[in-house]
Design a protein around this ligand. Structure first.
Ligand code: SF4
Length: 263
């Protein structure tokens, strides 16, 4: 039996006592964490879309990529990292010769260089380089996923494909919160919007801006924004190592802050 995947929070009355407000907040959080998306979901681990072909255009494209590059992963790319992480990073989609080749997010191409260097610098990764699924890299208190799990042509997923794949991000975020996640880092505006959609939050209430930090309604999680660490953005200096480091400085400070952890 399949259940609705859409998360709906119960609206609180306009005026409530502090005690009732806390109770309602706890109840909303309980609903968010406990609500099943699919009766086949393994609640011990966010389900990963290993063989999903829901997006016909992307599935067909991956078939042609696989014929051209038989050694490439050329399937949906699963999330990578610590299931109990406090930091979840959400990128856009696998790159042709990076995650689509190696089967691990941000692994094997230019986009991963600055990301893994920065993760290592801030103690979120055991190494500063991510080469293949078979290296011994470990993420520490960190997990990485993408808004769209399959390689899109020209790195541009259609809105329908972003919506379709939001099912997986929704489950990932639900598990992230359930396991004590605190910080969501969106790399780029599309990832930012996909996160909001998966949390059933209105896009106009949380506008994307590099360096922005959003406190999310009724959730013990903050959303941090950064420009995507793509080759284009880093080579044009739209995103520098210093700018990226400032985002992680804020995240690391917030995660180590007693008040933030107690929220
Ligand atoms: S993009 Fe997501 S929903 Fe679409 S086929 Fe790939 S895994 Fe499935």
């Amino acid at each position: 039996m399949r259940l609705s995947g859409k998360l709906r929070f119960i609206e609180a009355p306009a005026v409530v006592s502090p005690v009732l407000e806390i109770t309602l907040h706890s109840f909303k959080l309980f609903i968010f964490c406990a609500m099943p998306l699919d009766s086949t979901t393994n609640q011990d681990f966010p389900p990963q879309p290993a063989d999903c072909r829901r997006c016909e255009r992307l599935a067909t494209f991956l078939d042609t990529v696989k014929m051209r590059y038989p050694d490439y992963h050329a399937r949906p790319v699963s999330a990578f990292g610590d299931c109990n992480a406090q930091l979840l990073i959400v990128g856009l989609a696998p790159g042709m010769h990076g995650a689509n080749r190696t089967g691990r997010p941000f692994t094997g191409d230019y986009a991963g260089i600055l990301l893994y260097q920065t993760l290592h610098k801030f103690g979120f990764a055991s190494h500063a380089e991510s080469v293949s699924r078979h290296d011994d890299l470990r993420l520490l208190n960190c997990r990485i996923t993408n808004a769209v799990k399959c390689l899109p042509p020209q790195n541009k997923p259609n809105p329908d494909e972003i919506r379709q794949c939001n099912h997986y991000l929704q489950v990932e975020l639900r598990e992230f919160v359930r396991h004590g996640g605190k910080a969501l880092l969106a790399l780029g505006a599309i990832a930012h919007q996909a996160v909001l959609r998966s949390l059933d939050l209105r896009l106009k209430d949380y506008l994307f801006a590099h360096g922005a930090v959003h406190t999310l309604e009724d959730l013990p999680v903050k959303l941090y924004d950064s420009y995507h660490c793509s080759r284009y953005n880093t080579q044009t200096k739209r995103l520098t190592a210093e700018m990226f480091g400032q985002v992680f400085t804020r995240i690391a400070a917030d995660l180590s802050d007693h008040h933030f952890q107690g929220e």
